[in-house]
Design a protein around this ligand. Sequence first.
Ligand code: 17E
Ligand code: FE2
Length: 417
Amino acid sequence: MTVTVYKNAQLQGCDKTTDIAVVDGKFAKIGGDLSDYEKNGNTVDLKGNLVIPPFADAHIHLDYIYTASLPTHETTSGTLFEAIDNWSDSKASLTADIIKERALKGVKMQISHGVQYVRSHVDVTDPKLTALKALLELKEELKDYIDLQIVAFPQEGYFAYKGGAELVEEALKMGADVVGGIPHFEFTREDGVRSVEKGFELAMKYDKLLDFHCDETDDDQSRFVESIAAYTYFNSMQGRTAASHTCAMGSYNNAYAFKMMSKFKKAQLNFIVCPTENCYLQGRYDSYPKRRGISRVDELTQNGLNVSFAQDSISDPWYPLGNGNLMHQLDFGLHLSHMMSVDEIKNSLKFVTENGAKTMCIKDYGIKEGNSANFVVLDEKNVFDAVRNTASTILSVRNGKVIMEKQPEKILTTYNF
Ligand code: 17E
Ligand code: FE2
């Protein structure tokens, strides 16, 4: 039996610190008298630092990491559609080994920031399915460090790319966990709706979750989110479907957005928002005023819908920066969504932790007796300061084992005043 008692943990919403006993990789007892556990195990003093469930990044493209510098990627317009064309021109040059090596670098960055749950889209509009094979291997190799969900994502469409739908199906047979799609990229509105229909057909046939790139545009006429809500509701797939991006919602008129809120609730649709990515990619056809490019995070949240913030890119044709630090996404997300009352800030860690895990349908998530002992420690004592300072993760524990530890930031010299 392996026993560790983590002392002086500051849990969210608690006045005082708590001690936590971990036995054989599970949370055995949280709070109360842990002296018996202490007698039989190690103790670690967490010094009143904030202890939260691990970060969950529900939307990234691990197969695109560090492809920003491919020769064809001299992006000039900064738009989504140019990025997709650039990617299409150059992706055949990548090998499984290169993809795996870069994806691994990305995962290491994520782990260094306390991420333990990752959903990666993987481009399957490739007859060889090279990236899928690379990512499926990585998923297996890294399972002691992260839960990696793989989305069969047809970057160039189910129909706009000939054979796209068949490749999605093939990817599901090979082990992808989630059905993807990109209805706003199909040639016509009708094809977009048909791609949603096809995605649901496949998800039900293979018992998979769904996550569409959806309405990633400032075009207020892009309304595929309504099709996703409808197919979710009528197929009783509540809670199992996610709409990623939904940038167009920021441009919808209020009457339409209001109508849709109750449909989203009926469908229990999960929304994934990529703050830095979409404020970079959207607004590109505006001069001034310039739109922010992100979904209606505040209204969705007020309506009880599940919204999470995600990284999306690390240096790819879509976005030049990115480092896997979800505290950075949280900072941007709250600013861009005008969600900055004291209460909203104090309640905001959910956007980068439990809401992402809920979207991914992770069971066993959270700091609860009986659950797997997965948690991270931030270099701050309360949530408000953690958000204000984009606190770093100094410890990441998974199944009771330390998978990442970092020295807290320390000032060595300062002005003497
Ligand atoms: N593909 C896409 O369609 N949209 C994005 N934001 C990225 C890839 C990163
Ligand atoms: Fe994406």
